[in-house]
Each structure stands twice: as C-alpha cells, then as structure tokens.
Write a protein that binds this ligand. Structure first.
Ligand code: SF4
Length: 506
C-alpha cells in the first residue's frame, strides 16, 4: 500500500547515492529531499545517521529513478529537482534561494524572520533549527516584503508554484511577528494572486487574526505540536507556557475568520507521547474545524534534538489510519485546504491515508451551506421526484431548527436525515426526511444515517427520539431497535407509523 511505503520512508529514510537537492537545516522539515510517488509528494530523510540502516534505496534504471526495498525494485519515483528560480539573484546580489525555498512539489516557503526571541533562552524549542541556517550563511535574518514579492512572483512565473508558506520565529515584542507576516502577505498579493498560509504562535489579541486575513493571508497554522503538556514543557517550553486555553481561543477565532479546514496545527509524533494524546488531540482539533497535521518527528542536524530517533513506522501507520477517519468524520481534507502544509502534505503521509479512508462511508452533521444545499437536493429527489409525496418541495418550518446529518462516501454526499427538538423540548427530538440517492442504496447509508441520528440526539441529552415512519419502512426501523407507538396515521396522503428509538442501543 502506497500510504504504508511513504510512512516507512519517512521513519526509516532513503539511501541516496546520486546527487540530489538536499536541505540540511531550517525551521521546517530539514535534511532530505522530496520524492513524487504516484504524484504524492513525500519529504524523506536522506542522510540522518539512521538512514544507513534503512531497507530503502534510490536506484537508476533505464534513465528513471526507482525505489528499491531490500534490493527489490518496487516503484518508479521522481525526485523534485532544483527549481529555476534558485538561479536568480536580487538587486542586492542575494540568491533567491536565500529568500525562499521550494517545498513539496509546488509550494514556496519562507521564514520571514529567521530569528526567535527564545533562541538564546531556556524557552527555545529543542527540535527547532531556525537560526542554524543563519550561521550556515544560507539565508538572511529578515526577508523584506519587496524581496518576497520579487522572489515569489518569479517562482510563479518560472516554476509554477501554486501556494505560499510564510513562517517566522517569535519577535521580542509578542505579536509583532504577526504584523510583519501581514506586511509580507500584502506585498506578495500585489504582484501575484497565490494563496498564502502563515504560521505563528497564538496571539493574545484575536484582532491580529482578522488583520492578517485583511492583509491577504488565506490559511493559518497555529501549532501546538503536542497535547502532552509534560512533554511540551521539556521540548517546547515557550509553547507549554502559553497553555491550551490560549491555543483554543486562537483556533476558534481563526476558524471563525478563515473557515473550517483553513486552520491547522502540527502534531509531532515521536517525542515520547502516548498514542491516545495524538488521537484525542486530533479529535479536539477536528471537532473545531482545525486540521490536525500529524507529522513524524524528524531530527534537524545541529538542533538540540539532533540525536533523537524517528517514530516507529508501525505506530505511525496506526495513528494515520485513525486520524484519517477523524478527518473524514469531521468533513476535513487536505484537498480542501487553500494553502500551506496541509495542502502540500510532503512532511506527513496523512494525505495518502486520506485517499485510503475516503472509500469508507461516514455520517456527520453538515458543515457548510453548500453541504446543506446538497442534503436538501437529495431529499427533493427522493420525496418530490421519486415518491411524489410533495409537489415541488419537501422543505418546511422544521428545517431551520433542524440539525441536518449527511452520509458521505468517496467525498460525495449520498444521503441525509434531519433531527429537531419537538416543540422546543430539550428531551424529546424528532427525526425525519431520511433520504439516500437511488444509485447509492447498496452502501447501507440509510441504516448508518439512522444510527448517526440516534447517537447525535443522545449525545445532546435527548431521552425520547421519535419519527413518523412510512408503513413499508417499519420493518427496517424495527431491525434498528425502534418500537411502534399507537396506530397507523395518514400523513401527506400515505400511511405512517409513529416509532420510538431505543437510545440504549447507541
Ligand atoms: S508540509 Fe509544510 S514544512 Fe513540509 S514541505 Fe510542505 S510546506 Fe514545507
């Protein structure tokens, strides 16, 4: 399975004999190169000390590159080559590559402030390498907005980059780095319309998030790195000191401003955390519309954690599979992200697991007006088109107060059901308008939608859940644990049975 291969490569590394673009230090993924495997970008370690023990190697065959495992040729791959914009220099004679770098296959990234207020203190993140490339002379302390505009405009023209990542160290005056990110974004947007992602610590002033949006930033990353606060206190004390509450406020505000799926947080795996903290943390984020970008820890040469190992790949596989399901359940996907690490995906195998997970049927409440419109359209197809229960529309006064739950398969909405409180009662809820597209009825979406509706109402404190069921569907509901109440009644010209769910079956 491709997803497993990428996971193993990112944990074990790839032995590379030939010359290849190989980044050594920096604030993001350092040391290694990007492969394209069946079109999916994967940034993998090439020269960490552990790589010499990897079963994976890169070999040339008939003019192409091949991935070899234990001596066996398994897949053709491409190494992302050095982009053309690296050959250019600014008027001040700075190489463009000292201003921004190609990440993944088509993302241009820059650390706009290559310094951090915590670098020379006890609060420095132990895994970070932000100032290492400064001492290596590969970059400059601060990239000016006009330099960024020039380089990114050229990279779009010469190399067709399609999105931008701007990251930064913490400024000495907290929040000033966010102002600077905004100035950079504004200058870039003046020369090209590429979507921009910005990464920063959670601000204490939520207004900064709106200012950044107004400056042209499209998506944001506010990275907690781990939900294990004991670990954070050891590896990222400045982040631990900010506390979960501040992160949560920033995530919520950011989702309000940028939208669901356009806010993300890195979750590093391999610092020594329990798997549950990664899963629980991913759920916590995803339920708020924040994409949990789960990434295997990669030691940066020269950093304080350069000798720390990479996580076990079997652990990564388990976590990726579970997180991909959490993403599906919450309607999040890398494909919906406009810009940034989630869209690029090269540092994680999560995109590949998303591809595997999308063939699973999931049910969840709608998250956007577009999803609601599709749910209403499916109901119309069934109740107006097929069953002719209504002449033109089945919508009614209960729709605005309803929670609409959808069934989704392979990124497509195939069914819907609604639940609403009976006469504003907290305890008694009513279900109805269960509809599944005719061509999708072999997926058992109807049963899953009923069970999802039961789970939903039970979770919010409902103790009585009823529905008027068309007579021909009474057996189907009985099999799901529903009981008939009273006698058959006529609704919309057809016999219906009032039924009540057994919520203990949830
Ligand atoms: S996922 Fe983010 S840090 Fe990794 S290569 Fe892509 S843009 Fe860079």
């Amino acid at each position: 399975m491709l997803a497993h291969t990428i996971t193993e490569l990112q944990s074990l590394g790839l032995q590379v004999a030939e010359d290849s673009p190989n980044r050594k230090v920096g604030a993001g993924p350092a040391e290694g190169g990007t492969l394209l495997i069946e079109g999916i970008p994967a940034h993998v370690p090439f020269s960490g000390s552990f790589v010499s023990r990897s079963p994976y190697a890169l070999r040339r065959l008939n003019g192409g590159s091949w991935l070899v495992k234990d001596g066996e040729f398994i897949l053709p791959v491409k190494i992302v080559q050095q982009p053309k914009f690296y050959d250019c220099i600014t008027e001040e004679k700075l190489p463009y590559s000292s201003i921004a770098l190609l990440h993944g296959k088509d993302c241009i990234a820059s650390t706009v402030l290559q310094t951090c207020a915590h670098w020379h203190s006890e609060r420095r993140c132990r895994f970070c390498g932000i100032e290492l490339s400064l001492s290596g002379g590969q970059t400059t302390r601060a990239k000016t907005p006009s330099q960024l505009a020039e380089v990114i405009g050229k990279a779009k023209e010469l190399d067709s980059v399609s999105h931008v990542v701007l990251t930064t160290g913490a400024a000495h005056s907290p929040g000033k780095e966010i102002d600077y990110l905004g100035r950079c974004a504004m200058a870039i947007k003046k020369v090209c319309d590429l979507p921009i992602h910005a990464q920063f610590l959670p601000p204490d002033d939520g207004a900064k998030l709106q200012e950044l949006k107004d400056a042209g930033v499209d998506t944001v990353g506010i990275h907690i790195e781990s939900f294990d606060f004991d670990l954070l206190s050891r590896f990222a004390p400045a982040k631990e000191a900010m506390g979960l509450d501040r992160y949560e406020k920033a995530w919520n505000k950011a989702v309000d401003i940028y939208g669901s799926n356009q806010v993300s947080s890195f979750l590093l795996v391999g610092l020594g955390e329990d798997e549950e903290t990664v899963i629980d943390g991913s759920k916590f984020l995803a339920e708020r519309g924040v994409y949990p970008f789960v990434v295997p820890f990669r030691p940066i040469p020269g950093s304080m954690m350069q000798d720390h190992g990479t996580p076990d790949h079997e652990t990564m596989k388990r976590l990726y599979e579970m997180v991909a399901r959490i993403l599906r359940k919450n309607g999040l996907s890398s494909a919906k992200s406009l810009a940034g690490c989630v869209r690029c995906g090269a540092c994680s195998a999560l995109q590949a697991y998303e591809q595997e997970a999308k063939k699973e049927l999931i049910c969840r409440p709608v998250r956007s007006s577009a999803e609601l419109a599709t749910a209403l359209q499916i109901r119309k197809e069934v109740f107006v088109g097929e069953q002719r229960l209504f002449e033109t529309s089945d919508s009614d006064e209960n729709d605005p107060k309803s929670t609409h739950i959808i069934a989704e398969y392979d990124h497509e909405i195939i069914g819907a059901v609604r639940v609403f409180p009976e006469k504003d009662s907290c305890n008694h809820w009513v279900g109805g308008r269960l509809a599944v597209r005719r061509e999708s009825r072999d997926h058992q979406a109807g049963a899953l939608l009923v069970q999802a509706a039961m789970s939903y109402v039970k979770k919010i404190g409902c103790t009585r859940f009823t529905a008027h069921i068309q007579e021909q569907n009474v057996r189907f509901f009985s099999l799901l644990g529903w009981k008939a109440v009273g006698s058959i009644q006529i609704y919309h010209g057809k016999p219906h049975q009032l039924m009540e769910a057994d919520l203990d079956m949830v």
